[in-house]
Structures are given as C-alpha cells and as structure tokens.
Design a protein around this ligand. Sequence first.
Ligand code: ARG
Ligand code: ZN
Length: 894
Amino acid sequence: MRTDTAPAISRHDYQPYPYRLPRVALQFDLDAECTRVHARFEVERDGGGLPPLVLNGQELSLVSVSIDGTQLDAGKYRLDDETLTLFPEAARFIVEIASECRPAQNSALMGLYVSGESLFTQCEAEGFRRITWFPDRPDVMSRYTVTLRGDKTAYPLLLSNGNLVAGSELENGRHEAVWEDPHPKPCYLFALVAGSFDCLERRIRTGAGRNALLQIYSDKGSRNKTEWALDCLHRSVQWDEQRFGLQLDLDRFMVVAARDFNMGAMENKGLNIFNSSYVLAEPDTATDASYHGIESVIGHEYFHNWTGNRVTCRDWFQLSLKEGLTVFRDQQFSADMMAHGLSEDAARSARAVKRIDDVTALRVAQFPEDAGPMAHPIRPESYQEIANFYTATVYEKGAEVIRMQHTLLGEEDFQAGIREYFRRHDGQAVTCDDFVDAMDSVYRARHPGKSLDVFRRWYSQAGTPRVHVTLQHDADQGLCSITLRQHCPPVGIEKLQSPPLEKPPLHIPFALGLLDAQGQALALRHEGQEHETVVLDLCAESQTWTFPDIAERPVASLLRDFSAPVIVEYDRDDAELALLARHDTDPFARWEAGQELASRQLLAMSQSGSAKQEDAILIETWRALLHDPALSDAYRARVLTLPATKALLEKTDPMDPLAVAQAREDLRARLGQALADSWLAIYQACAAAEPREYSPDAVSSGRRALKNLALAYLAAGRHPQAESLAQAQYESARNMTDRMGALSALVGQGDTPAATRALRHFYEQWQHDPLVVDRWFALQATACATRTDTVRALMLHPAFTLRNPNRARSLIFQFCMNNMLGVHRPEGYEFWAEQVLALDALNPEIAARLARAFDSWARYAPSNRDAVHSALQRIQQHEPLSRNVAEIVSKALN
Ligand code: ARG
Ligand code: ZN
C-alpha cells in the first residue's frame, strides 16, 4: 500500500500573503521547444517584519534571480522542487527572475503548451507556476504588462490580456507585441496565445456607450464556423447589461479556440481560451446540443468577467463563489434565450425544458458524487489537488445553492443583493460568506425577523438531503396539512467519523401545489394570500403547514420546478403519478411524475431480470403524453425519454449496473413496440415540418429532438420500417443533428451491414474535421453492442490518440462512463485501470477524471465490487502516480 499521498490542504489554514505585488512585467521569448520568460515584479510589505518571500514554480529551469538589479548567488535564495524562497531585506524591492519552460513537452496542458502549431496557456487553478516563479494564489492581484516575442511566420498573432499597446519588428524574422491589462488580476487569469488564426470580429456599442471589439479566433479555414459563437458572445454582453446591469469593462474581448484543452473553457481577462468544441459550429457539423452547449459556455465565460474576474476568490476553497454563481447565470441566460420571442405558455414550457435538462445533469453527475467517496460541500474543507475539485458539486450544486437564494429573495431583491455584493467587493478576492452576507443584508431588510443564518449551512454540508413528505386531510374541517421532515445521511469520509457527524437541518425552499382528483389546481392560502404554488421555508428538522378550504383529499405536486437539490420521499400509488403526469400544471413536476412512473417500472424489471411486468399504466400514460397537443415537441421529447441509468442506479442498493442498463434497453424496446403507430406518426409529422434552412432555436431543435427520439424508439422496437427510415434520413440529412440521429438509430440495431456501411461513409466524409471524428468515436463507444475489444480495436485507428483530451474523452471516457452494458464486466474494469495509468503519464488532470468512473463501486453488488476493487488497487500500487490520481484512488479505497 502506498502511504506517500500528498498532505491535505485545509480551508481553515488560510493565511494572507505577506506581500503585495502591484505590478508585474513579463517578457516571453516564445519557442515551442524552449521558451525564455523574464518576470519583473514590485514587492511591497505593509505589516511589520520581513518574512521570507515564497514563490511557486513547477517544471521550470531557473536562469537567474535578482533583487533591485543585483543578481543573487545560489546561497542567497532557496530552491526546491516546487518553491523558490527569497529573503527580503527591505519593505519595497524589485524581483527579476529569468527562467525557461518547455511547451512542446507539456502534455498536461497546464501552463504554456503547444496545440496544433500554436502556443496556448491554461493557468487556473495552479498553472501559472509552470510559466514562472510567482505567488500562484488568487488573492495576490497585480497589473500586468506583457511583452511577447516570437517568429513572425510561426506566430503571426501574439495575444495577451488587455489592450495591445505596441508592436514592432525584430531581427531574424521575429516580432514583438506589448499588451497591457488595466485591471488588476490574480495570475490564474493570465493568458497568452501565439499562432496563426482566422478571426471573425464585430464592433459593438455597449448600453453604457462604450465601443468594444468582440473577436473570435480559430484555426485557419474555420472562420465560417465561428458566427454562432460571435452571436452568442454579443447576446451575452447584452443579456448581462439587461438582466444583471453589468457592463463590459474592456475595449477588446477575445475568444480563442484550441483543439487541445482540458476543460470546456477559461475566462482569462479579455482573452478567453476555449476548447474548440465550444466555439466551432455550422449546421453540417454541429448538433443542436452543440449549438446550445456553445451558447451556455460562451455565456458562462463572459459572465465570469464580473463574477470571477472583477470579484475573485480569496482561496480555492471559495471556488463555488465564482463557479456556482456563474453557472446559475449561464443557466438563466440559456433559459431566457430559449424563451425569447415565444408566447407566455410556450416560454414557460421552454424554460421547463432547460430546467429538466439541468436537473437531469445534476442527478446523473452530482447526486452520485455527493453519495460517494469524493462527496464534499460546495465549499470543500480540504483537498490534496485542487484540480480534482472542479466538480459537479462545486459547479452544479453550487448553482442550485445560488438559485435557492434567488427563490428566497425573488428576482428584484436578488438583483439588489448582487448590486450590494459588487458595491462591497468590486476589485477584491473574497469568500462565499461575503457573497451570502451581501444577499442576507437585503433579505433581512425586506423580511424582518428572517435571515440566511440557517441557509448558510448549504456551504458546509455534503450529501443530498432527503425530504420526507406526509399529507393529512381532514374532510370534516376541509384542512390539508403537509409535514416535511429532512435528514441528510453521512456520506464519504463523514461515514468514518466517530462520534458520527452532526448534520443540522438546512433551509430548504420547498415549492408545493395541490391538485384535485381531476387534476385541477387548488388555491392554497399561505401567509395571507392565495397561490397555485407556495414555497415553504423548511428550516427545522420537521415542520407542518396546514391549508384551509380543501374539501377532498388532494394530490400533492411536490418540489415544483425543483426548488431545492434534494431527494423527495413520498408514498403514493401509480395512479396518482399517472394523474400528475397528465395534468400537473407545473411542467417540471409533471415531467417528474412521468419519470417516477417509468423508474418504478424499470427498477421492478431490473429486479426480476426483465420478466414481463404489468405496464399498462405506463403505456397508457405515455400514449396520452405522446398525443397531448398542448405540449411542445421539446418538452414531449423530455417526457418520453426514460430516466438515465446512472440516475436509476442511485435508487438501488446494492447497485447492479448491468441489470438496470438491460432493463432500460428492454423497456425502450417494449415502448417502441407498444406505441409503434404513434412513433411512426410523430416521426412523419416532424420530418415533414423540417424547414430547408437550419436553425438551432428552441422550437426547431425541439422538433428534431422528438423526431429522432421517435426514430430511436422505432429502432429499439425493431419496427420493420426503422432501418429504411434511418437510412433515408441519413442520406438526406441537411444538418448534423439529423445525420447523427439516423446514424445512432442504425448503430443501435447492432453490427448490421447498414450500420457498418453508414459508419464507414461517415468517417470518410468527415475525417478532416476533428470534432466530427470525435462524434464518430463517441457513437461507437456508447453503442450497446460495444465491448472492451471493440474499443481496443478503435484505439488502433490512425485517428485515435490519448494526447488530445477531446479524442480520449470521445472514446475512452464515453465507453467507461456511458456504456454501462459494455464496461461493467471484469475486462471492462481492467481496461479502465490500464487507461487511467496510460493517461496519468501524459495528463494527470484528465487521468483523475477517468479515475472517478466507478466512484460508486462500494455500493455495487459483490462480483462487480470485487472486480473494481482489484482494479483500484492496481492503480494505487503503480509508480509513479500523479497527486491527482493518488487522491482520487485513496479516497475511493478508504
Ligand atoms: N474557470 C473555468 C470555468 O469556466 C474552468 C477552468 C478549470 N481549469 C482546470 N484546468 N481545472 O469553469
Ligand atoms: Zn466557470
């Protein structure tokens, strides 16, 4: 057993940095093999004493270091693996450090690295230390001047943060650009890009009357794929002005697409760097989902300019301060864009669709995380490697925690809270508490006697709370009372604590509606007013609310619009769920009821080995939904999609992934057959309505989603026309959504000649486009007939490489994380361990993500559990092992 895991860093150990660094000047002599960096910074001490000046650095070669112009001898500083320590003799001085780094050798893609022929940086969270020695922490903020020098042919464009203030020609075919960023920033927001790019740009005038230049840079030849991204950026600027009153504070806002990128994108001040998959789109190569993904990530990074950059994090434990808030903002942006221009009802439905998608993502990724070995509060208490904490919990649950504050305060007061937050903290590096304080000040002022004191516990408690509901009806008095009882079982390391950890109750805004037996909404009297939906403030372990004038026993519509990230426990029969699925006036709760009905069926099937179960209620409910003319296509597509296997597994103990995945396949086939005529009619109606001109708007993308869902059901049900419809759709498709929908229906039929032919054709046609080739790998990785040997064979394909994160994700991650039927076998787990180790040698951050594929292993049935256990041990025993993977594996084995 390894014992040499890195020490944990604790939230409570925070100490301010003892010096200020108001100005930084960086000079780069760029070269892919060896880049020389000259850093010069002013250092100032405010308090007494002259503590050592500790600078972080990784994989750098030190050339020289000087203080106030005098070069230091080796005895005058201390240099070890990850720090350079200087011993100041005055309260103000200037440090100059020359060092070298090796971009072409940097396969971790943190710091300065090569992608294609170009140079890029990624500094968040701790990548700047791979560029030069520096206090690499977010609470040290400086004004940067950056001089970039490089070969004019290789690097015709030299970009960094802020404004271009000078440029000149140098000797030997080199040139120079000088950039100045007027805004003080932490080093994690530093960026540079050098290379040859296309640029699409637009001059805009902001609401405040500022002229600004928006630019999207991408690989030569892809300018025509950046129009959508530029549109999204422009709309982001306008939306942040209109909804949040936040103005663009830059003359120039640049986005650059990189083929090799660890995450989605990065909000470097004025110079966002993006994974090309979140920039490039044209109808022929990008699906509706890609268009919407681009909109949300462009929005997300742009919104960081205020929530992240103008006000940043004091330390990395506060990551959710910027990420949770910014995800909330991008979700609101997308919802507003989806609803834009629609009638009131259609807009409500479009918002519900966005909510359903966000909640589905939360349940598939965050709920399991919160129940597993990596469970942590949205503000973690400790970490070994911060890169491991860019999690669904910090991001998505963090966004839910902001959303609950929005629910408690309402839009107007929430915006007042945001204004207060910026009034107090603009230009600072602050904590999550500072954010809640600003919101609380508004909340207390508007609601005397109330506060966010109990609410704050969301920041320190891990685990998904459970809310148990009981409904009592007194027919004589016409009273209905609802009792809510919350509890949050220990998770992850909490389980090891003795005495057991106390988890005090949280403040849970619980939205409730009541329907009569015909599904009509009842008016609820609450706090002196009548409502169709009331938001109950559950703050204690158990609370009861009583509603008058309820003549008959009502049907409860619970946690409307998913008002809190909790699990609801409520006993009710299938008939009640069916009624809600048909009639609930809250579109989210209505969807939820249908999902719950399907979940019950699936879980029963998974336990009985899919032996025939009584399914009449489910089939009739789905038939009704299929034909309900009041529902939008997008909404119907969500309602008629079976719950995700991962979400279902969370409801089982022990978990049997193969059985649940198989049950899902079987029920899909059953629904495909039982409703075949309806699917066919829907398919034909949607197909006939497809316009020539592609648009990713909510209505058209909803129609395509429903059409392709119908096709998938027909294929799953082995409808005699399924293959020919899919083939015809593949051949005539005028956009990637339809082409992929058809291909996936063909491949879903197994290794048929038609599937093989279409796959071959697809590759031949799109092999020049990396993002489309990623789709080709991903589709095969997740096909239900794919097994480990199929994946091994695909890895030998000339287009495959582990070095490109998108490619590794499209094949390896898709198989290990999204192909339950393929991977949950002894050879699947072995393959996984092997790939974690192979990736770890190249890119620890990416390897650590893959290492989390079977986080829930301790809850698996014994045979799966033992097989994952040995695979985990094999990883743990490997040397060397990155700190990233070591942390994940040691937690999993705890
Ligand atoms: N701040 C980026 C975002 O917008 C994520 C960057 C994380 N980078 C990393 N290498 N872990 O969400
Ligand atoms: Zn972010």
